[in-house]
Design a protein around this ligand. Structure first.
Ligand SMILES: [Fe+2]
Ligand SMILES: [Fe+2]
Length: 313
């Protein structure tokens, strides 16, 4: 039994709590954890039997693996410029956590394919673009390489702002205990949300440590915010179109209602959180999601088995 979310592995999910962050960084450096999710749900629409609500999360399954590979590229590329041992340790922990997220979401993508929702071609295109971009950056001579790496890390910090903001709403606002949801899928997203909150400061700290400034941080956020806030609904709509079992089309009204009922995170509230990122003294630790709540979930969740390997290296 999970003490925080009152969810047995096959039970119902609930994790609600305060949206007030009091800790800015976790007391220990971040580190990856072992997990044991059973992601063979027989339900194509695993959240309230609703295609739009389910695919709002499934879009994450499609976007996270390539996104997280890019985040890891950027922080791995930054390592030669990092002189602080704590930050180097945090980078290694961040890389490990994102690899675990990627692996679990790729299992979900394979499950979606079994249901006839196929994005293989597009995902391969994203992947080849990411690989080519990273190769190109690493072939640049200094000081151009460092400038390109700064922009990559700024993009990662901006994306991590979004994942942490969405994660905060997933953790604090969900009503999954009183909702018809597949418990393992619920735990998968609660675990990912909690680790996003746990490591939300890492890319931002690396960016400033290696000499990143305000203008580049904001410049990276502007196109990314447009891409996420417009792209997420569009992609959800496209997943619904390709889903042989889905009826109807994506609608803002349904999204707002579903978010109000606590079934999905609110894109509108995450758009509002953007204002925080544009403040010159912003730090990800000031985002509304509670780090204490995330750490408590991670220490009690049934499918999260504890840390993998040494916490410090
Ligand atoms: Fe992640
Ligand atoms: Fe992340």
């Amino acid at each position: 039994m999970c003490r925080v979310c009152s969810l047995r592995p096959k039970g119902r999910a609930r994790l609600r709590g305060p949206m007030t962050a009091t800790l800015r960084r976790p007391p220990e450096p971040v580190a990856p954890r072992h997990t044991s999710f059973e992601l063979d749900t027989p339900r194509v629409h695993w959240l309230v039997d609703d295609a739009q609500a389910t695919h709002t999360f499934n879009v994450g399954n499609l976007l996270f693996p390539t996104g997280e590979r890019f985040f890891n590229d950027s922080l791995r590329n930054a390592l030669p410029y990092v002189t602080d041992e704590r930050i180097r340790t945090e980078i290694r922990g961040f890389l490990g956590q994102e690899v675990t997220h990627r692996n679990e979401h790729e299992r979900c993508v394979a499950r979606m394919e079994e249901y006839g929702i196929d994005f293989r071609r597009e995902l391969e295109l994203f992947e080849s673009f990411r690989r080519r971009l990273n190769d190109r950056v690493n072939r640049l001579p200094e000081p151009f390489r460092k400038q390109a790496v700064l922009f990559m890390v700024a993009t990662t910090a901006a994306a991590e702002h979004f994942t942490a903001s969405l994660a905060g709403y997933v953790l604090a606002d969900n009503t999954w205990a009183d909702t018809d949801v597949d418990p393992e899928m619920a735990h998968l997203f609660l675990w990912h949300a909690s680790e996003e909150i746990e490591h939300r400061h890492v890319a931002y700290d690396v960016y400033h440590h290696i000499g990143g400034g305000y203008l580049r941080r904001v410049a990276a956020m502007v196109p990314l915010a447009g891409l996420i806030l417009v792209g997420w609904p569009l992609l959800t709509s496209e997943v619904m179109r390709r889903d042989p079992a889905a009826k109807g089309r994506w609608s803002w009204r349904a999204h707002v209602r579903s978010a109000r009922r606590g079934e999905v995170f609110s894109l509108v509230r995450s758009a509002w959180d953007l204002r925080l990122y544009f403040h010159p003294n912003h730090h990800p630790g000031d985002l509304p999601g509670s780090l204490e709540q995330a750490l408590e979930y991670l220490s009690t969740a049934p499918s999260v088995l504890g840390h993998r390997g040494p916490r410090r290296s």
